[in-house]
Design a protein around this ligand. Structure first.
Ligand code: ZN
Ligand code: ZN
Length: 168
């Protein structure tokens, strides 16, 4: 949505496909989610974007919005991403993960995307240092995350994917 570069979108889609085996379908670029903008904070409320995405008719079980504006939730100053636990929709932002090194920006955005889809699959935050489901609220923590799930979360991810899509 909004001023989003399509390479980032492609990288996100490719990662979801490779890491989670999800069939991704990229939708046409949508306008900036102005309805979620809160002037007082100069930020966009993640929850509103998620609700709008979830309400879009269609059969896709998951909808992931990708924005390049600053997003927040009422209890946090900002978030990299937000999702409905075990739900349908999530949103991620590349706004705070920009680096001069493009690879790094793509990598960070992909991690956030996989993490949020993990939540859609019903996976909660994990304490393991070696797991993508660990909570991160800084670039340092995000960069420290591996691009994979720990054994326990991986098991849960596969179980939920099987349940949803009947995949092996
Ligand atoms: Zn999370
Ligand atoms: Zn884990």
């Amino acid at each position: 949505m909004g001023k989003m570069d399509m390479t980032t979108i492609s990288v996100v889609a490719a990662n979801l496909q490779v890491v989670l085996g999800l069939n991704t379908r990229i939708q046409p670029l949508q306008p900036e989610p102005d309805y979620a903008f809160l002037a007082r904070r100069g930020q966009f409320e993640a929850g509103k974007i998620i609700h709008t995405l979830a309400a879009i008719p269609g059969s896709a079980p998951f909808r992931l919005g990708v924005v390049n504006v600053d997003i927040y939730t009422p209890i946090l100053t900002f978030v990299f991403g937000e999702s409905q636990l075990g739900g349908k929709a999530a949103v991620i932002s590349s706004f705070r993960v920009q680096s001069k090194n493009r690879e790094k920006t793509y990598n960070r955005t992909a991690k956030i995307a996989i993490h949020e889809i993990g939540h859609l699959l019903g996976i909660v935050h994990c304490q393991s240092l070696d797991c993508l489901m660990r909570f991160s609220n800084s670039l340092e923590k995000l960069d420290d995350l591996p691009q994979r799930f720990c054994q326990a979360c991986e098991y849960e991810v596969r179980r939920h994917l099987r349940h949803l899509f009947g995949k092996p």
